[in-house]
Design a protein around this ligand. Structure first.
Ligand SMILES: C[S@@+](CC[C@H](N)C(=O)[O-])C[C@H]1O[C@@H](n2cnc3c(N)ncnc32)[C@H](O)[C@@H]1O
Length: 288
């Protein structure tokens, strides 16, 4: 093993410094995560083994990752994995990078769903499958279908299902929700549709604007196109007393409640995320 004249501590400090100078938001955290990935060291080893020499191979790998991060590629994309709810999800260029805020939707569904029933779940715009697969982990009797317009996302969601041992209870399909012909009715419909208004996309952080797929971001001129499309679909696919949970942008609660109300749903709750922003609408379909 060839070691470079650089210790773990020095490598960490060097990367932190470059990230600070490069305007990265979380320089300490990002430097540690990339150093861990390059060296195979655990979080605690970074402190315990601070004087250990880093190998030449690990340093070269670290350098490649640091260069990518300085171009504002998110750490999760560099590592190809993002922690969400109780699991690690594979992330690819075709999928949205799952956000911690979206765990609000998982919590909301779990608060309202009947765990004792064999619920049929439908996830509209599944991406990595993070919402649907997290719910299936918590609802052992449930089964689900996830659809996405992106073939790459569907493939990634399938791989995540296999890794989590859930492929027996879930299917993923490449499908536009505007063209979904329901074979059955669903007890729980969830979705985190693209909801950024077109004029706002240019103002997003480079980590989002440059690396999340545009099909996962753009909600049309006012950000609400997908909610209108989904509201038109819902009455055809909902079982009596079924639940709908949709993630929303922080300023969209009133508009989305209006759209769902017009489609005949009864809005139960608006949930806020950890930052206190409106993040999820929970509604019920009470008709037969
Ligand atoms: C904001 S991302 C959410 C991904 C994932 N559910 C999550 O929360 O991380 C929206 C997803 O909807 C998909 N999508 C956009 N328009 C669609 C449509 N008309 N039909 C099906 N999926 C669509 C995108 O490809 C993208 O994967």
């Amino acid at each position: 093993m060839v070691t470079a004249p650089v210790t773990v501590r020095e490598a960490l400090r060097g990367v932190q410094e470059r990230f600070r100078a490069g305007g990265i938001d979380t320089p300490e955290l990002d430097a540690r995560l990339l150093l861990q990935a390059a060296t195979g060291l655990r979080h605690e080893d970074i402190v315990m083994e601070a004087s250990r020499r880093v190998t030449v191979e690990a340093l070269a790998q670290l350098e490649g990752m640091v260069t990518r991060r300085l171009k504002r590629e998110p750490v999760s994309r560099i590592l190809g994995v993002r922690a969400f709810w109780n699991a690690d999800f594979k992330v690819t260029p075709e999928t949205l990078d799952p956000r911690p805020d979206s765990e609000t939707l998982v919590e909301g569904v779990l608060a309202h769903a009947d765990k004792a029933k064999p619920l049929a779940l439908l996830d509209l715009g599944t991406g990595t499958g993070c919402l649907l697969l997290s719910l299936l982990q918590e609802l052992p009797l449930a089964a689900g279908l996830g659809i996405d317009i992106s073939a790459g996302a569907v493939e990634t969601a399938r791989l995540n299902a296999v890794t989590l041992g859930l492929s027996g209870r879930v299917e993923f399909m490449e499908k536009d929700w505007k063209e979904l012909t329901p074979l059955s009715l669903y007890d729980v419909v969830i979705g985190n549709p693209p909801y950024i208004a077109l004029p706002e996309i240019a103002e997003l952080a480079p980590e989002v604007r440059k690396y999340d797929p545009i099909t996962a971001l753009s909600g049309g001129p006012d950000g609400l196109d997908c909610y209108r499309e989904i509201a038109a679909l819902l009455p055809r696919i909902l079982a009596k007393n079924s639940l709908v949970a949709l993630e929303i942008g922080a300023a969209q609660a009133a508009d989305v409640k209006g759209i769902l109300g017009k489609a005949g749903l009864v809005v139960l709750q608006t949930l806020t995320d950890l930052a206190g922003h409106d993040r999820c609408i929970i509604a019920r379909w009470t008709r037969a």
